[in-house]
Design a protein around this ligand. Sequence first.
Ligand code: GLA
Ligand code: ZN
Length: 666
Amino acid sequence: MAWESGRIHFGGDYNPDQWPCAVWDEDRRLMGDAGVSLASVGIFSWAHLEPAAGRYEFGWLDEVLDGLASSGIGVDLATATASPPPWLTTAHPEALPTDREGRRRWPGARQAYCPSSTAWRESGLALVEQLATRYAGHSSLRMWHVGNEYGCHTSRCYCDVCAARFRVWLADRYTDIGGLNHAWGTAFWSQRYSAWDEVLPPRITPDGAWANPTQQLDYRRFASDLLLEEFVAERDVLRRLSPGVPITTNFMVMTRFNQLDYWAWAAEMDVVSTDYYPDFADPHTHIEAALCADMTRGLADGGPWLLMETSPSAVNWQPRNPARRPGALRRDALQQIAHGADGFNVFQIRASVAGAEKFHSGLIPHAGTDTRLWREVVELGAILGRLEEVAGSRVEASVAMVFDWQAWWGCELDSHPSVDVTYPDRARALHRALWESGIAVDIVAPGASLEGYSLVLVPTLYLVDDDVAPVLDSFVRGGGHLVVTYFSGIVDRNDHVRPGGYPGAFRDLLGVLVEEFTPLLEHESVHLDDGGSADVWTEDLRLAGAEAVSTYRDGPVAGKPAVTRHHVEDGVAWYIATRTDVDTTARVIARVVADAGVSPVAAAPPGVEVQRRRSGDTTWLFVLNHTDAEATIDATGTDIVTGSAVSASITVAPGGVAVVREGGDG
Ligand code: GLA
Ligand code: ZN
C-alpha cells in the first residue's frame, strides 16, 4: 500500500495508562498547543487492556481515543503486544526467552518472550483481533503500530522450541542434511551432521572454541525471519479486520543495532518508520543522524517515512545523559524532514514519573510547561505545521551507497583477521566525506538497480551473494564510478571464502589481487606517499589491471598500493585497501566525486547541511546550520519556516534552519 502522510506529522508515544484520567484533559490541551498530530497509543498496554487471560478492558482506551479524536489528534494505535503481561508468563513460563547458556530470562522488564511460544502468539493475536475489531472504524485511527522495536531486547531465543523451528527453516533452505553440511562447512572440527535432530542453535560452546560461523549466521537470519513472521501474523489480522489503514512497526535503523535484516522487513511494511537516538556526546552525531535517515529512506524505497521515536532532550539509558543543546531540537527535527521523513515523533509525549524511564525526557517535562524545552516543542510544532506542502516530496541523489545487514553480521563474526574491522565504520566514513561535501546519497541494497546513479560506494561488503558483482560490473562498464573499501567481496552467502585472491567477488572488476591481509596492531598507523595516513588494516596487494593512486610509505607492505583505480570500458572502479583517516578519505572521495561529475546539493560553508526535496517541478532547499557562525547560502524563493521572501541568498543563524521553496524571484 502506498502511504500518503498528507502532512508532516508531529507527536510521539503517548502512555495515558501511566496517569490518572484527570491528567488526560491537560494532555490533550497541551498536545493541541504543541500542534501534535499523531499519538502512538498503547504500545506497552497489554497488561492494562487484558488484566487476566481473555478478560479485556477497553473502556479506558475508548475514552482516550474518543478524546484524541475530538481534539483532532490522529492515533497510531499499537497492537500492544510489545511486552507480555505477568499472568501470561506465570501461566506459561515456556513463553519466556532462553539465552545461549540455556538460562531462562525472567519477566520484570519488557520484551521477555520467546517468539516461538504458542501461548504468547495465540494470546497476542487474540488481543490484536479484539483491538482491530473494536477500533477499525475509529475516527482517530491513522495507522497501526505492531509490536515495538522488534529484537531490541530479545532478538534470539535458544530454547528447544526455537531449535525445532530452526531445523524447519534450515530444511527449507538446504533441502537435505548434505546441503546443510556443505553450507556450514562441517568437514571442519568433526561437525558433520547425520540427521536433522542433531542440529542446534549456536548455544554457548567451550571457552575459546568458536561456534560454527555459518551456523551463527544462519541463526541470525532465522531469528530475523522468525520475528518478521510474528510481525506478519499480526499485520495480516489487521489487514483483514481493518483494511485500508496503513501498518508499521518501528525499526531501529542505527549503526549500533543490527539484530534484524531490515531489507527483508521493509518489504512487508506499509509505512517504514524508525527510531533514532542521537548520542549527544559524539561531536559528529548530526552526521550519523543524516546517515540513519538516508538508510531509512532507502528502506522506504525513496518514499516518505516516519521518524517514530527520538528523545526530545536527554535519554536515560547511557551512563551519562546530556540534554539536547538549547535550540537544537528544531534543527535536528528539520534534518530528518530534509532527508525525506514526513514526520518527527518522540518518545514520549509526557515524561513518566515512575518506572525505569522516568529520567528520559518527554515533550511535556517533569518541570511542566514554563520551561525552555516546552517552548521549543511548541515552536517546533508550529514550524512542522508550516511544512505541510513538503509532504510526499522526495530526495534526489546521484550517489548510492550499498548497505547490508547480512554483510554486517558476517563481517563481525568471531575469529577474523582483526577485531578492529567493524562493519558500519567505512559506511560512516564514506558517508561523512559526502556529507561534508554537501552531496546527497541514497542507501541501496546489494544487487539493487543502480540506474540513474553516477557514483556507487561499497563499504566493507564482506559477505556478498553471487549476483551482486555482475550488477556492479555492468554499472562500471556503462560509465559508472565505483568505490569499494577493504574486506569486501571476501565470502559467499555461506561465509565460504571466494578463493583465488581477495577481494574475491570484486577482484576482476577492481583489477587487483590481494595475496594476504596484513592488519595493523592497535595504535599502529601507516603513511601514504601522497601525504595520507591510515590505520587498522593494510593488505599485500598487487595490480592486475588497475593503477596505483597511492602507495604505502611504511608499515608491513611499504611500497605496495593502498588506493587503486581501474578503468573498465566507460567507467572507473576505485579500491581503498586501508582504513584511511578522515582527511585522506575526504581527499580520495573529492577526487572520485570530481571524476564522476557529481555536484553538491548547493554550495555551503563547512558544517552547514543542505538537502533538497522535490515534488514535480517544486523543490525545497533545506539549510541546517550545525555551526556556531552565521551562514549565507545562495537561494531564491520563500523560506516557509518564516514565510519571508528570499532573493539571491539567505543568511541562517548559528544552529538555525531554513526551508526555501525555490523559484520565482524571491
Ligand atoms: C526505545 C523504545 C521506547 C523507549 C525508548 C527510550 O526507543 O521503543 O519504548 O524505551 O527507547 O529511549
Ligand atoms: Zn524460544
